[in-house]
Design a protein around this ligand. Structure first.
Ligand code: ATP
Ligand code: MG
Length: 492
């Protein structure tokens, strides 16, 4: 039995034409009631009608009455409109963002046809004005996606660029010069290299540079982060899987990193985290120059130069029996001790410049500029996270400070906010002694005076925790002079 609702006063039409008419009428009413405004253009693009809602946009478009507005060609009065395209193609633009001097709007444009299907005009509908508030979640999601896309594109571009070379390892201090010298020499050899150093000191960067400077530079550089791969998967990751060894996705077999690095360099990062069973297999592979993929009984020769790195105390691990001594010596042929940043504080200004520019490039922001007192503060930090930590602090500084030039007070706040309790600023370097005939004293007087001023200002500023008024008072100069020196430390 058909279900009927006797309470329904009017029955729905059931023939196609009536349904269409009803839907069209309802849609039009819906649009005209929820939309912010509508207008009509004729076949030629001339505005012939606006509804009540649309009238409030007229002042922003430069019109004081409907009469003035009517009769104009649509593109002459509504800048950036796409109405003409709708008239030309006969295709609707169901949803679009329109921005002009009246604001940003979510709009819809629909062609109008007569009974014979001939295009006779088009209707423009402003669905939302101020989409930035009404459509906030959508717009911010869109902005976030756009940002992520930009980041990914930049990341991809930077990965395609030539990898790090020794020139990317910034630093000209004795410690930096020495590690680069040793690494360059290591690049010439084909023995394994072992990079030892605290976290964030640039071991991975040096591994790339060694590869780039070696005879294998045209071959691949392949890295495995041992700490990041679950122990059970490491063997397959290293040596690969023979076809048919497993069922399922790996049925076809898979090349291991040794195979992928053939003819190039294999970077074994966090080697100190290698599980014992794999240590034995790695040792055998290095001794024999052959690997055995999982599930195969064939030995495959490989041609790979190994560079290993760890931030752990590998000798201590050997003493504790957690790292095989024989493997340790196999890798320890060319050990390179990468110095911590606190042993080469003099490199900090150069690092700040390069890292700052790099951050600026990535984030599309101007590089942070550190005033002398802020630089002195940076140079005094212990930098347990080394260059990675310095980079983070600079990134925070660029994001959090409201002015481009960052002083010590601001920086101290940023350090605290990133979880570092600021240590005292570095003491200024001693002035060259008068009697030592040093080249320092043979420079033009203006240069020496500017340098002395800079040091004095840095020291006094640090002593007053970045307070400029107190600094100026103690130095016996006006605040304006102090600001002038801070902005233009070379006095030129
Ligand atoms: N001398 C340097 N010049 C410029 N940038 C550097 C230098 N050393 C390190 N960096 C940068 O510092 C960051 C950390 O370096 P890297 O990843 O090489 O450190 P790591 O020693 O491998 O650290 P971890 O032990 O934590 O893996 C990277 O962004 C790197 O580019
Ligand atoms: Mg690393």
């Amino acid at each position: 039995m058909p279900v009927t609702d006797t309470a329904t006063p009017q029955t729905l039409p059931l023939d196609g034409q009536s349904i269409l008419e009803l839907a069209a009428r309802s849609m039009f009413h819906l649009f005209s009631s929820i939309s912010q405004g509508m207008f009509l253009v004729d076949r030629t693009g001339r505005i012939v009608w606006v509804n009540e809602g649309y009238q409030r946009f007229l002042p922003a478009l430069g019109f004081s009455s409907v009469d003035q507005f009517l009769g104009h060609m649509v593109e002459d009065v509504i800048h950036n409109t796409q109405m003409r395209r709708v008239l030309e193609t006969g295709e609707p633009i169901l949803i679009d963002l329109l921005t002009n001097k009246a604001g940003t709007f979510v709009v819809s444009r629909i062609p109008l046809r007569d009974d014979g299907g001939v295009l006779i005009g088009a209707i423009g509908i402003v669905l939302f004005d101020h989409p930035e508030t009404t459509l906030q979640p959508l717009i911010s999601k869109f902005a976030r996606l756009q940002r992520e896309l930009d980041d990914a594109k930049r990341e991809l571009a930077s990965q395609r660029r030539t990898k790090y070379t020794f020139a990317s390892f910034i630093g000209s201090s004795p410690a930096a010069t020495e590690i680069k010298r040793q690494a360059r020499r290591a690049a010439q050899s084909s023995s394994p290299v072992l990079l030892l150093g605290e976290t964030g000191t640039g071991k991975e960067l040096l591994a790339h540079a060694i590869h780039a400077a070696s005879a294998r530079s045209s071959g691949p550089f392949v890295s495995v982060n041992i700490a990041a791969v679950p122990d059970t998967l490491l063997e397959a990751e290293f040596f690969g899987v023979a076809p048919g060894a497993y069922t399922g996705a790996d049925r076809k077999g898979r090349d291991g990193k040794f195979k992928l690095a053939d003819g190039g360099t294999l970077f074994l990062d966090e080697i100190g985290d290698m599980p014992a069973n794999l240590q034995a297999k790695l040792l055998r592979a290095l001794q024999e120059g052959e690997i055995e993929p999982l599930g195969s009984n064939k030995l495959v020769p490989f041609d790979v130069r190994v560079v290993a790195a760890t931030s752990r105390d590998l000798s201590a691990l050997v003493r504790e029996g957690r790292f095989r001594e024989d493997l340790f010596y196999r890798l320890h042929v060319l050990p390179l001790r990468v110095p911590p940043l606190r042993e080469r504080r003099g490199d900090i200004p150069a690092l700040v410049e390069v890292l700052g520019e790099d951050l600026a490039l990535r984030n599309g922001t101007p590089p942070p500029e550190l005033l002398p007192d802020a630089m002195a503060l940076l140079m005094g930090q212990p930098w347990r996270g080394n260059i990675r930590e310095l980079r983070n602090v600079l990134e925070q500084a660029a994001m959090r400070s409201d002015s481009l030039a960052i002083d010590a007070t601001q920086l101290a706040r940023i350090l605290r906010e990133t979880g570092v309790e600021p240590a005292a600023p570095a003491a200024p370097e001693p002035l060259p002694a008068a009697g030592d005939g040093s080249a320092g004293l043979l420079r033009p007087l203006a240069v020496q005076v500017a340098e002395l001023e800079r040091r004095a200002i840095t020291a006094v500023m640090a002593a007053h925790g970045g307070n400029k008024l107190a600094t100026a008072r103690q130095l016996g100069i006006s605040r304006a002079t102090l600001y002038g020196r801070l902005e233009n430390p070379d006095g030129n």
